[in-house]
Design a binder for this molecule. Structure first.
Ligand code: ZN
Length: 187
């Protein structure tokens, strides 16, 4: 199984948790209309996980591991008088510190067990990491098209016209596509 880098892991998990929160929110609103996003409400719903629809169950597993710790930390800080409203800087500093340590810790767990949270497989950006170009996507985009050169193809496949990595990778695939089309033509 391909492994996300630390940064992409955070992105991928954050995205998955956003979806999970949308699924869980109506249930939390139903049971705890006053404080739907409190640790009490979350814990109560998480405890019912095995009796709920599997999609909700998976969403709650993500929320338990990636959202509940933040909610609990915010509540702990609020009990100590550190809130967004009363102590903006103190709150932000504490949460940043917490967040940094949290993502280091969870990334280690993920590396040891990449399938644990069922996060989407990382996209391979083999042509250009910076501009997010993958051979597979560019090959598909070029297929059946009739570009004269790199400058013409670049905007179409999402490449940067001035990036040497993009240019090298896309030109190689463009040449292969032209050759393929020639070979396909009847002699
Ligand atoms: Zn590039």
């Amino acid at each position: 199984m391909a492994l996300h880098g630390h940064h992409r892991f955070i992105e991928s998990a954050t995205e998955a948790v956003q979806d999970a929160k949308q699924l869980a929110l109506p249930l939390l609103m139903r049971d705890h209309p006053e404080h739907p996003w409190s640790s009490v409400a979350l814990r109560e719903l998480i405890a019912q996980r095995t009796h709920l629809d599997p999609v909700i169950g998976h969403a709650l597993a993500l929320i338990e591991d990636f959202e509940l710790p933040f909610v609990e930390e915010e509540e702990r800080l609020a009990d100590a008088g550190v809130t967004l409203a009363d102590d903006l800087l103190g709150f932000e500093e504490a949460m940043l510190e917490f967040e940094r340590a949290f993502w280091l810790r969870t990334y280690e767990v993920y590396r040891a067990d990449p399938g644990r949270w069922n996060l989407p497989e990382p996209v391979v950006r083999d042509l250009c990491e910076k501009h997010g170009l993958s051979s597979a996507a560019v090959r598909t985009a070029l297929s059946g098209q009739d570009f004269a050169d790199y400058a013409e193809a670049a905007p179409y496949v999402g490449a940067d016209p001035n990036c040497p990595d993009c240019k090298l990778g896309v030109t190689k695939l463009l040449t292969a596509e032209v050759r393929r089309r020639k070979d396909a033509q009847p002699a």
